[in-house]
Design a protein around this ligand. Structure first.
Ligand code: ATP
Ligand code: MG
Length: 214
């Protein structure tokens, strides 16, 4: 049977319990043995990450420590330039062979952005997709799928629509965690305790108090 690789990409600036709970729920619902967190070096859709690649990687490693279902892959951090998922998939296929079964996990907000990704149409066909519910985007799913239909193709939009999973709705975001940290508010229970301590010890996000939403 072809090897299966399930990738959960993102900036993880920092990783939080929304990511972890959703990933575990996806693994259980889809019967995946493993989910690989894939931190992006320089996310193409964002200005830039607040914490360095090293810090974001370290926090992810702390977050998944002890969970045999999760691991972290640093290929995008080791590659120069913006992290395009299409390039990552091509690199994985070059190593693993054409039959490798690649699945991509994204939150509903990323589905809205997907038509803008590099080689979006080819990318949609090149992998399996799992789309996790995320508030407040979950209430606009019909509109987001219609947007995919306009920008991609009806067949691709249908496939993406069928890939939406009912996962817990957790209104946790890294933006909020950075902001809270910058304002001196607690992030307890939003991030794993080891991540909270790491942020504190390294003085991360101290100047993120006034950060606005994307
Ligand atoms: P930021 O606020 O900096 O954008 P974020 O919380 O959105 O951070 P990302 O690293 O951008 O985290 O997201 C990585 C992936 O996780 C994306 O596919 C995103 O949709 C998904 N995701 C993040 N938080 C949640 C959540 N609470 N529920 C479901 N999916 C989520
Ligand atoms: Mg995000």
């Amino acid at each position: 049977m072809a090897r299966q690789i399930v990738l959960f990409g993102g900036t993880f600036d920092p990783v939080h319990h929304g990511h972890l709970i959703v990933a575990r729920c996806v693994a259980e619902l889809c019967l995946f043995d493993r989910i690989t967190f894939l931190p992006a070096a320089s996310p193409p859709h964002k200005a830039r990450a607040a914490a360095s690649a090293d810090h974001r990687l370290r926090m992810l490693q702390l977050a998944v420590e002890g969970d045999e279902m999760f691991d972290v892959c640093d290929v995008e951090l080791r590659r120069e330039g913006p992290s395009y998922t299409f390039d990552t998939i091509e690199a994985i296929r070059a190593v693993e062979g054409p039959d490798v079964d690649i699945r991509l996990v994204i939150g509903a907000d990323m589905l809205e952005d997907l038509p803008n990704w590099r080689e979006a149409s080819k990318l949609v066909d090149a992998a399996g997709w799992v789309i996790a519910a995320r508030p407040p985007w979950d209430s606009r799913m019909d509109e987001i799928i219609a947007h995919c239909r306009d920008r991609l193709s009806p067949a691709q939009a249908k496939r993406l629509g069928e890939s939406v999973l009912v996962t817990p709705l957790l209104e946790i975001s890294s933006t909020d965690i950075r902001r809270r940290t910058g304002r001196g508010l607690s992030t307890r229970y939003l991030v794993p305790e080891a991540v909270r301590r790491y942020i504190e010890e390294h003085g991360l996000y101290a100047s993120s108090a006034g950060e606005t939403d994307d």
